[in-house]
Design a protein around this ligand. Structure first.
Ligand code: EPZ
Length: 456
């Protein structure tokens, strides 16, 4: 296993090229292709572990997949398999997105029920509710969910759950309803840009979906769908990650290949923090740096369904607020337990605590390098950004989480001036120097260093 070794470097500067969206490409789009009877070409596909995992799922279902140069060609002509085993689901919980297409095209389907993960409990009741509303019989047995029907019929339903709409359930029901008989109306639909992307993609394949971008989607079922050629939308979470990278290192970045229209809540909060953001909509670009002469402000944030602040950017904001003077708070209303990484930020000298479904943050003057460990994808990115701003050297372990969703993360950061490299994980790390053995401290005197690390 590899780790990142990160030394504090210069502020990041230059142009960051943002990849195609993982959360659009790796699940809804790749799975939706199974609904068609002819091949599809996807362009601007990021080269990620999640894309490679989903390729294995599609191959298991007997689709043919060619992948290279940020392009996927998927031929679903021989798609005939109707189940996803435990081993695949446990590797790639987004395999759940294949359930809708399997139900629609095979009439019989079974998937291993996905378990929880490091960001909390992740139920699938809304997926099942939606399929049932289309006339599909659903039975849970021995860790699997089995489905069967003799022709799905459109109906009116609400997919609103206790935590709001569900991206996955909306996508799954949208895919199945595209081939159901008659009209389906989904109330309480998720409005995330990736759901909108799926709806537009399905329409390009011959589906008839209206209300895209609203909380009510209307789907008029069609007999069959055909393949198409499609360019995957920009990754709004990767763009947010590089925006925070610019701010946390006091740098100045131009982000290219973004859609600022999808990033409203993130940009609003970064502006409130004290960022200067220049939007170049027609060039699909954003320039991000600290507002000259302005002291960054602590924030009180709440995540929610789109267009509210995305839960996926929550750890990135936490890393930034950890070194912003004053008291900040982030409440996560989507995933209440998405805070495992706070203990790692505390290892860098941060002052974070979890209180219920919120993080409270007392900003310190700076992080100190240490060995830390990623617990999930966005947490891994946030820890990497914190390490870029930390004094001294840090190592970030379990970076396979990061590689699930960031294309060439360390190379992109290094191209902007970050001192980050990848190394094989050693068996043991060397004994750290005591404060009185540290050359820097002998030169400055212990009292000066103690003052430097004192909380703001
Ligand atoms: C998608 O997950 C994303 N994953 C997540 O990104 C993202 O955090 C999440 O949407 C929210 O935006 C992919 O696109 C692969 P949900 P998904 O169904 O579809 C509850 C990342 O890091 N719920 O919208 O699984 C659920 O518990 C990943 O890139 C039910 O109650 O999320 C949560 O509180 C992590 N019943 C809320 O709804 C259900 O049947 C939203 O979940 C389904 C969900």
């Amino acid at each position: 296993m590899d780790k990142y070794v990160i030394d504090r470097g210069e502020p990041l500067r230059g142009t960051a090229f943002i990849s195609g969206s993982k959360n659009a490409a790796s699940c809804p789009l790749m799975c939706a292709i199974l609904l068609a009877e002819t091949p599809t070409v996807l362009e601007n596909v990021p080269d990620l572990r999640d894309i490679r995992s989903m390729k294995l799922v599609l191959e298991h279902l007997n689709a043919r997949v060619e992948h290279g140069n940020n392009r996927l060609v998927i031929d679903p002509t021989d798609f005939d398999t109707d189940w996803v085993p435990y081993e695949m689901m446990s590797q790639m919980r987004a395999s759940m997105y294949a359930f809708g297409p399997m139900i629609a095209r095979q009439r019989r389907a079974a998937v291993s029920k996905p378990g929880g993960c490091n960001i909390g409990s992740r139920p699938i009741d809304l997926h099942l509710k939606g399929f049932r509303a289309l006339g599909v019989e659903m039975v849970e047995r021995a860790g699997y969910v089995h489905a069967r029907h003799n022709g799905m019929v459109g109906s009116e339903m609400s997919l609103l759950g206790a935590n709001g709409p569900s991206v996955g359930a909306t996508c799954n029901v949208l895919m199945a309803a595209a081939l159901a008989q008659g009209r389906t109306i989904i109330h309480g639909a998720a409005r995330e840009p990736e759901v909108q992307e799926l709806a537009r993609f399905l329409n390009a394949m011959g589906a008839r979906i209206s209300g895209i971008g609203s909380a009510t989607l209307t789907i008029d079922g069609v007999e069959s769908l055909h393949g198409t050629t499609w360019r995957v939308m920009p990754d709004r979470i990767e763009a947010a990650t590089f925006a925070v990278a610019a701010l946390i290192t006091d740098g100045d970045l131009l982000l290219r290949g973004v859609d600022p229209g999808d990033m409203g809540a993130t940009l609003t909060e970064l502006l409130r923090w004290g960022a200067e953001i220049t939007v170049m909509q027609e060039d699909q670009a954003l320039r991000v740096r600290r507002m000259p002469g302005q002291t960054p402000e602590p924030l009180d944030l709440v995540t929610g369904p789109f267009p509210e602040l995305a839960t996926d950017v929550q750890p990135l904001f936490a890393a930034l607020l950890g070194i912003t003077p004053g008291l900040s708070r982030i409440e996560d209303r989507i995933y209440q337990d998405r805070f495992l990484y706070l203990a790692e930020l505390n290892r860098l000298g941060g002052q974070f605590a979890q209180v219920g479904n919120a993080a409270t943050i007392r900003g310190v003057r700076g992080y100190d390098g240490a060995a830390i460990m990623a617990s999930d994808l966005r947490a891994g990115a946030a820890l990497t950004l914190a390490a870029l701003a930390a004094r001294g050297q840090s190592t970030v372990r379990r970076i396979y989480h990061v590689e699930r969703g960031y294309e060439q993360f360390e190379r992109k950061l290094a191209a902007l001036g970050a001192r980050i490299r990848r190394e094989a994980e050693a068996e043991a790390t060397p004994r750290p120097p005591a404060p009185w053995e540290d050359a820097r401290e002998s030169a400055m005197g212990l009292a000066a260093v103690a003052d430097e690390v004192a909380p703001a």
